[in-house]
Design a binder for this molecule. Structure first.
Ligand SMILES: NC(=O)c1ccc[n+]([C@@H]2O[C@H](COP(=O)([O-])OP(=O)(O)OC[C@H]3O[C@@H](n4cnc5c(N)ncnc54)[C@H](O)[C@@H]3O)[C@@H](O)[C@H]2O)c1
Length: 602
């Protein structure tokens, strides 16, 4: 009998083979010979046993040898789908280099190409994510149950799902099933930035057709080749998916992502009161921009009283309206303004100009809330006209219209304000309403700036002083919010929890970061920042009486008043507790293959 069958049942051999192929357990060239023997992989790779650092160095060298960002994306996806720990060591270690390759802007290119590249992102049998199409309706529960990327431990069920229907991917429109890059990418950021366990993440793309003619005509398009279904079919399908998901995983946190605006708002209002869910485009974006805005307000408060701001939003989609609503909370919570008073500080512009009630068109539901009624019948069509009318202190771009904050607009903002707040937040970079350099030059370097994608720093030629652009990257909020919620287990995510996550982000800056007038902490500190956001969310869920995790409730409730100050040893202990609950590719406890071999159940 060969060593492969000697004393082992076929079932055992199957298990060993499965473990040896699991990207979560594969150690590649660092696997010691004892593990190679146990997994029957001796001889399947060269003899050398490498250090983790050496392995990482080789992978980084390979990555950096690729000519295009898309090739780098494909290489990283392959790495993730074959060696999870190596992948996350690289991502966490080289966060600033890698996040633009696994998420925006490269993920935009990857989504455009997804049907062309996806068969080459993972070895056979390793899923990139879960696809649920209209045709699966009768079998949803079974399909969801069958998706088990880590079948070796029944307790490691999914804790968080990111779900899209591909209908509004970044600023790129309807990409249909090619949108899968987004939930996959987003969940990688949950892992890298907040230590959510990758084995417990569930990326989902709903395939309800696409209205993208290019995709429908593309011979390689992999989704349903039909136009999108009508609203009735859409809502009933989403409802069936939600029911099946929660039947299989009752404690799952569901994050909606990149649905078209109207559907995004409707889904959120439909589920938020009774389901553990949130929408990152609306609430996460709102929170991250709010956090940058809180710090921007602090930088200009000598000249503009916080309640005297005039906020002009260029773009009135899910992000524009979501951000505007979130900023209202700042004026309400921190400055005691009523909702009506706070609402008067906001003006929205869309493709037809200033959003007013008497504009004569049928306003989309989500725009009505902010539609102005004080324009005395005047209609303002262009951004220039609206700026003259509103005289904004802050100009926030969420329109996916690259370069629209041109020199004239920026100059005018600089004439109107000592330190104009300009946030061109659209993604990817080509869609940003202006660049940091343009904003600096056009305002004599006085701009307070944050963008959606990263811009390079700018050195002022006259002074040689380097200024740093803020990046209102949702990655500062959603990972920490998700982790805090997963640990505390509230039944629902409330507005106050979102607000607190923004507030905690704004107070997470170090003295050095503040002295550089940064609006956000440096990205390399993301795990520490996420731990603070998560801790603040935990405290808030206990304060609201919504936390359901007994250990958390016990830990927090007696010290709640001091914990709310986010200072002192109690706060440090809570942050430490959160950090100890983060998944870490270097931690032995996640990678004990020998123990798994002896104990695992299939
Ligand atoms: N943190 C971030 O940086 C962040 C987060 C979420 C979304 N975004 C970006 O925000 C942008 C908008 O996202 P969304 O979900 O609201 O999209 P959306 O399609 O729902 O909304 C876009 C809005 O812009 C308006 N618009 C488009 N072209 C215009 C023009 N020429 N003039 C005036 N208005 C115009 C549309 O009328 C619509 O109101 C995207 O580029 C997205 O990548 C950034």
């Amino acid at each position: 009998m060969s060593k492969y069958t000697n004393g082992s049942s076929h079932r055992n051999i199957d298990r060993i083979e499965s473990i040896s192929r699991s990207p979560y357990l594969n150690q590649g060239t660092t696997a010691p010979h004892s593990i190679r023997n146990a997994l029957h992989t001796s001889g399947l790779m060269p003899f050398a046993v490498e250090s983790v650092d050496q392995q990482k160095k080789r992978a980084l060298a390979q990555l950096r040898s690729k000519n295009t960002d898309l090739e780098k994306y494909i290489f990283l996806a392959w790495l993730r789908n074959t060696n999870v720990s190596l992948f996350y060591r690289i991502v966490i270690g080289e966060l600033e280099e890698i996040t633009p390759l696994i998420y925006t802007p490269t993920v935009g290119t990857a989504c455009l190409e997804y049907s062309h590249i996806s068969p080459f992102l993972a070895p056979p049998g390793i899923p990139d994510g879960l696809y649920l199409s209209l045709n699966d309706l009768p079998n949803l529960t079974q399909i969801i149950k069958t998706y088990r990327p880590y079948p070796y431990d029944d307790t490691l069920t999914p804790q968080i799902a990111v779900i899209t229907d591909g209908s509004r991917i970044l600023g790129l429109g309807d990409l249909g099933v090619n949108g899968m890059g987004i939930p996959v990418g987003k969940l990688q950021l949950y892992v890298a930035a907040a230590g959510i366990d990758p084995r417990r993440t569930l990326p989902i793309t709903l395939d309800l057709g696409t209205n993208n003619e290019k995709n429908l005509k593309d011979e390689f398009y992999l989704g349903l080749r039909s136009k999108r279904v009508d609203d009735d079919q859409f809502y009933s399908f989403v409802d069936a998916v939600m029911k099946s998901l929660l039947k299989v995983y009752p404690e799952l946190l569901i994050q909606f992502e990149d649905f078209s605006s109207e559907h995004a708002f409707d889904l959120l209002s439909k589920y938020r009161e009774n389901t553990f869910c949130f929408n990152d485009d609306i609430q996460g974006t709102g929170a991250v921009v709010l956090s940058g805005f809180i710090n921007a307000v602090k930088l200009v408060e000598k000249d503009v009283h916080p309640t005297k701001h005039r906020l002009l939003f260029f773009g009135a989609g899910s992000a524009g309206v979501g951000v505007a609503k979130q900023l209202l909370e700042f004026f309400k919570v921190e400055h005691g303004m009523s909702e009506e008073e706070a609402k008067r500080l906001v003006w929205l512009v869309d493709t037809k100009g200033l959003v007013t009630l008497d504009r004569g068109d049928n306003l989309a539901k989500h725009k009505v809330y902010f539609a102005r009624d004080d324009n005395d019948g005047n209609q303002f069509k262009t951004l220039e006209e609206v700026i003259e009318y509103v005289k904004p202190t802050a100009l926030i771009g969420l329109s996916s219209t690259g370069g629209v904050f041109n020199e004239k607009i920026i100059n005018r903002m600089a004439e109107l304000n000592k330190n104009p707040i300009i946030f061109p937040l659209s993604n990817p970079k080509v869609n940003a309403e202006c660049t940091f350099e343009d904003a600096m030059k056009g305002t004599d370097n006085r701009v307070i700036f944050a963008s959606g994608t990263a811009f390079p720093e700018y050195t002022v030629p006259e002074t040689g002083k380097t200024k740093y652009p803020g990046q209102g990257n949702n990655m500062y909020i959603f990972p920490g919010l998700g982790l805090g919620a997963i640990l505390a287990k509230p039944k629902v995510i409330t507005d106050k929890q979102i607000y607190i996550s923004a507030s905690a982000l704004s107070t997470s800056l170090t003295e050095e970061e503040k002295s550089l007038e940064l609006l956000y902490p440096v990205v390399s500190r993301i795990r520490h920042v996420s731990a603070q956001v998560a801790a603040a969310v935990i405290v808030e869920t206990v304060e609201e009486g919504l936390a359901r995790d007994k250990q958390i409730i016990e830990m927090v409730q007696n010290d709640i008043e001091v914990l709310k100050t986010r200072k002192g040893k109690e706060w440090d202990n809570l942050v430490k507790f959160v950090q100890e609950n983060m998944w870490d590719p270097d931690s032995e406890k996640f990678f004990n293959t020998e123990e798994l071999l002896s104990k695992s159940k299939m």
